[in-house]
Design a protein around this ligand. Structure first.
Ligand SMILES: [Zn+2]
Length: 398
């Protein structure tokens, strides 16, 4: 048994307890009690005094890629399968250190995501809770070939059932599909539609038949509309949302959400890359960030579910702790909204909100203790969390 004494709580991220200071009791994997501060009295329990710290639910990165080691994507693609897998395992551990107790991997080769997930679940590797896709399914498109066998290209809706069945048979949790061009693909145009309505319908209906869903890489307005109309569950990046996109999303009577990812565009426009950034990229990415912020604000205001993604490689992720929080804050997002998107909203998107996503008695003790008050000052997120717990175990003490 473990007691976190004198924790500061954020009411919007806490359920079933009204005070803002508490002693939190962890028993096994779960939060067993939330008691008024100073009242927990367990003789044999281990105690951590969390005075001055804010207790948050563990964070979710719904758009992660364990395979991205650094910004040298070409060298990354030259790795052998074993090295690739070990790198992915390492990143799964790094996530924990930064307070991310759940990630959703949106595309990896060699089914590495499944292997790392299994290793974590078996307790062989210490890492974050993983929800994973396999290969990225895509129409034939410029730049895909530079990622080796990461992409599973097809231009045939008839093939979709076979491809989705193959992926599900391997053990993936969901399907990743490319609806528009990607920023990082050489020659790819981010906003450009690269698929057809028929193809999207084919992949989403194949996934539905097998009890899973499709996450779509989707920057541009036209692509977002087509994705929303044809059964995509999560719109990844969602850079250029307009009023009609929002209306279409509100009309859907099943789960639909956007998963914006500010970090990459932010690092480009802030010129945080070691090798420097071309001036045209600085301007382009500043505009992309601003547009994403506008899109998120529109969705939030209308009541569309918005989640949390980073899309970051491990090197950048480690160099700049809290980057996605800092980026969204600088682009004008209110602190509390960011904290909700990184926790409860994202838990809802992956249908795990009954297990995680808030501080609540009976839920998994996936918890983060932050020095300071991130709801009032987001710069405290630039420091690593003081403590991270995953399913009741201490996962990091920084
Ligand atoms: Zn991605």
């Amino acid at each position: 048994m473990l007691v976190l004494k004198n924790c500061r709580l954020i009411p919007q991220l806490t359920e079933g307890f009204d005070e803002t200071k508490a002693d939190l009791v962890i028993d096994g994997k779960y939060i067993s009690e939330i008691l008024p501060a100073g009242s927990a009295n367990y003789e044999s329990a281990e105690v951590i005094d969390a005075q001055g710290m804010t207790l948050l639910p563990g964070f979710f990165d719904l758009h992660a890629h364990l395979m991205f080691k650094d910004q040298d994507y070409n060298a990354s693609m030259m790795r052998g399968q074993n090295e690739y897998l070990v790198d992915c395992m390492e990143y799964a551990g790094v996530y924990l250190k930064h307070g991310y107790t759940t990630i959703r991997d949106c595309g990896n080769d060699f089914y590495a995501g499944i292997a790392v997930k299994d290793a974590v679940n078996r307790g062989i590797v210490k890492g974050t809770h993983i929800i994973t896709s396999g290969k990225i399914i895509s129409p034939v498109a410029k730049g895909n070939e530079s990622f080796g066998s990461l992409y599973w290209e097809t231009d045939s809706p008839d093939d979709m059932l076979h491809i989705v069945r193959s992926e599900v048979a391997k053990g993936v949790d969901f399907i990743k599909y490319m609806v528009t061009g990607a920023v990082l693909n050489e020659g790819g145009v981010p906003g450009e539609l690269i698929t057809t309505e028929e193809e999207i319908r084919a992949v989403t209906s194949a996934a539905e038949k097998l009890g899973t869903y499709v996450a779509a890489h989707c920057h541009g307005t036209e692509g977002i509309k087509l994705a929303v109309k044809n059964g995509i569950r999560t719109i990844e990046h969602a850079s250029y949302v307009d009023d009609e996109c929002v209306e279409l999303m509100l009309k859907r009577n099943d789960l639909i959400a956007t998963v914006p990812t500010y970090s990459i565009a932010y690092t480009l426009y802030k010129e945080l890359y070691e090798g420097g950034v071309l001036p045209e990229f600085v301007e382009k990415s500043r505009a992309a960030c601003a547009s994403m912020a506008k899109s998120v604000a529109m969705c939030e205001e209308a009541g569309v579910l918005v989640g949390w993604g980073t899309d970051l490689d491990r090197q950048m992720f480690e160099r700049f702790p809290g980057l996605e929080f800092v980026a969204r804050n600088e682009m004008g997002q209110p602190n509390l909204q960011s904290l909700k998107e990184a926790t409860i909203n994202s838990a809802r998107i992956v249908c795990e909100d009954h297990l995680r996503g808030t501080v609540k008695k009976g839920k998994y003790a996936d918890l983060v203790l932050i020095d300071g008050n991130p709801d009032e000052d987001m710069t405290v997120m630039k420091n690593l969390p003081k403590y991270v717990f995953k399913e009741g175990s201490m996962a990091a003490a920084n």
